[in-house]
Design a protein around this ligand. Structure first.
Ligand SMILES: [Mn+2]
Length: 344
C-alpha cells in the first residue's frame, strides 16, 4: 500500500501544480458514464475545488441510462453537462478519467488536446503524449486512484463523496468479486464506514422503467448458445447500458463462461463482452473480434465496443450478430456451429 500511496500523493500534487493559474478546467468522463467514471470525475472536481480553488466542469457524451446510475446522480446531486452545451475553446486544461484519448468510448473531439489522464484501462499510445497521466491497469476502479489522491492531499472526505466512491468501487468490482486489488479493498473498507446506508440502498434498489423488462425478455428470447459461449442481440435499444446489464445477468448461467451482447443505440452498435474464466482476457478478445469494424476496449473480465455508423435494418443487425459470433468462436478456438436457443 505504501508505495502506491506515495505515488498518489506525488502525482496529485503534480496535478494541482499543473492546473493552478491556467484557467477553466474540463473533466471528461466516458460516454454513458457508469458509477466509476462519475465518481472519479466528482472526486477530481472536489480535489481541485478544495486545494486549488478551481470550479471544474464535468462533461460526457451520451446518457446516464441505468436506473442505479440515475439514482446515484439524483441522490448525490452530481452536476454534469453534455459536450453540446459547452464552448470547448474556453477550457485551458482537459482531464480524462476512466477513459483515454482515442479509445472510442468518449465523445471529446479527438483533434483537441488532453492534458491529464487518470485511468485503469490499458495504457494507449496517445495517452503517453499527454502532459500528465496516471494509468494503473491493475486497479479495479478509477475511483480507488482518486480516493488515494484525496488521502494524499489530506482532503476531508464527507458522507456524499464517500458514498459515491464506495458505490463506484462496489459496482465496478461487483463487491470485490471481479478484478480487484488490495488497494481497492482498502479503499472499499475505509469508505464503507463513511458511507450513507440509506442512500446506498436507494441506489442499489432503484426502480426501473417498464421497458427494462422487455430488454430482459428480448435478451433471453434472442440468446443463442454455442457450447459455453452465449450471444444475444437486443436490436434497437433506448438505453445503451442495458447491453452490459443483460450480459452480466446471463453470465450467471451454469456452464457459460463467455457472453457477448449487442444492440443498436442512436445508429451505433453497442457491444458488451463478459468473461468468467481467468484464462481469457476480455479486452484483447473483443478488440480482435471487432477488428476494424469499430473501436473496443476493456479489462480482463469485461469489455465494450462500438461500431459506428451501424446503419440498416433488422437484417443488417442479424448479419452483424452472425459475423461477430463466427469471429468470436474462431478467436476462442471453438467449433463454429449453429446456435441453440437459450429458452424454447
Ligand atoms: Mn472504471
Amino acid at each position: 500500500m505504501s508505495f502506491e500511496m506515495d505515488y498518489s500523493r506525488d502525482f496529485s500534487a503534480r496535478i494541482l501544480e499543473f492546473v493552478r493559474g491556467k484557467g477553466k478546467v474540463l473533466i471528461v468522463a466516458h460516454d454513458n458514464p457508469d458509477p466509476d467514471s462519475l465518481a472519479a470525475a466528482f472526486a477530481l472536481r472536489h480535489m481541485l475545488e478544495v486545494n486549488a480553488n478551481i470550479d471544474a466542469t464535468i462533461a460526457f457524451g451520451g446518457i446516464i441510462g441505468r436506473g442505479e446510475n440515475r439514482a446515484m446522480v439524483k441522490e448525490l446531486e452530481i452536476k454534469t453537462v453534455q459536450f453540446e452545451d459547452l464552448d470547448l475553446d474556453q477550457y485551458k486544461v482537459v482531464c480524462m478519467v476512466d477513459t483515454q484519448p482515442g479509445t472510442g468510448n468518449n465523445s471529446f473531439p479527438s483533434d483537441r488536446d488532453v492534458h491529464i489522464v487518470i485511468d485503469h484501462h490499458p495504457l494507449r499510445d496517445r495517452t503517453r503524449k499527454c502532459k500528465l497521466y496516471d494509468v494503473r491497469e491493475g486497479y479495479g476502479a478509477a475511483a480507488t486512484i482518486l480516493y488515494e489522491y484525496l488521502l494524499g492531499q489530506e482532503v476531508y472526505v464527507g458522507t456524499k463523496l464517500a458514498t459515491i466512491l464506495f458505490y463506484a468501487i462496489k459496482s465496478e468490482t461487483q463487491d470485490l468479486g471481479r478484478e480487484w486489488t488490495e488497494y481497492d479493498r482498502a479503499a472499499y473498507l475505509n469508505l464503507l464506514q463513511l458511507s450513507n446506508n440509506r442512500i446506498l440502498y436507494n441506489i442499489a434498489h432503484a426502480q426501473v422503467p417498464r421497458e427494462y423488462f422487455s430488454s430482459y425478455n428480448r435478451a433471453i428470447e434472442n440468446a443463442r448458445l454455442y457450447g459455453s459461449v452465449m450471444v444475444f442481440n437486443l436490436y434497437e435499444i433506448d438505453n445503451p447500458d442495458v447491453v452490459a446489464d443483460m450480459a452480466d445477468f446471463l453470465l450467471r448461467m451454469e456452464g457459460i463462461d463467455v457472453v457477448l451482447g449487442m444492440g443498436r443505440y442512436k445508429g451505433k452498435a453497442v457491444l458488451s463482452l463478459r468473461i468468467s474464466s481467468h484464462d481469457i482476457l476480455a479486452g484483447p478478445l473483443l478488440r480482435s473480434v471487432v477488428g476494424d469494424l469499430g473501436t473496443a476496449g476493456g479489462h480482463g473480465m469485461t469489455a465494450g465496443a462500438q461500431i459506428d455508423p451501424m446503419n440498416g435494418n433488422l437484417a443488417v443487425l442479424r448479419e452483424l450478430e452472425t459475423s461477430l459470433t463466427r469471429r468470436l468462436l474462431k478467436e476462442l478456438d471453438r467449433p463454429v456451429e449453429k446456435g441453440k436457443r437459450l429458452v424454447l
